[in-house]
Design a protein around this ligand. Structure first.
Ligand code: SME
Length: 162
């Protein structure tokens, strides 16, 4: 059972610390990737405040394909180097965009989104997927968010063979 009320009154860091522990429990078994990533997107979505989309794109045949997510229906394919997600794959780095309308080539899926963070999931120098999170709030994602979300991706990387 998952009770979101347990997190009432916790600071941002306390929530993220708990999220990392729970995430490990959700993905350390032998379930298929779709199961693990579905629960991961639900958990991150539940414990990250003020976001409107949270999910994964998975690399397949050189492009990103929509994976498990929470939020509005989204574009199903993103080409290498395109948009914020494709740029994270090409450059192999975290993209933390304060205002997506100022990012040339941003791909709008949910019209409500104004800021975005994309964390590539990289093993042995190869990008296998990205974690993508959007917010309606300009400048929503801080260095603290980035630090914890990178750690969340490290947990996924440890237990999931993409
Ligand atoms: N904004 C992303 C596209 C994916 S949606 O945000 C869910 C991008 O520019 O790559």
């Amino acid at each position: 059972m998952f009770d979101i009320n347990l997190f009432n009154g916790m600071s941002v860091c306390e929530k993220y610390d708990n999220m990392l522990i729970m995430l490990e429990g959700l993905v350390n078994g032998d379930e298929p990737n779709v199961t693990k990533l579905s629960n991961a997107s639900a958990l991150i979505n539940a414990l990250t405040s003020n976001i409107n989309w949270c999910g994964f794109y998975i690399m397949k045949n050189g492009e990103l394909i929509l994976g498990p997510f929470q939020g509005m229906p989204a574009c199903t394919k993103i080409q290498f180097g395109k948009g914020v997600c494709g740029t994270a794959v090409k450059d192999k780095k975290v993209m933390r965009i304060a205002n997506v309308h100022e990012f040339e080539g941003h791909i709008a899926c949910d019209a409500a989104s104004n800021s975005e963070i994309v964390i590539p999931i990289i093993k042995n120098g190869i990008v296998y997927a990205v974690l993508d999170i959007d917010s309606e709030e300009v400048g929503r994602f801080t260095e603290v968010d980035e630090k914890y979300l990178v750690r969340a991706v490290e947990v996924l990387n440890k237990y999931i063979e993409f």
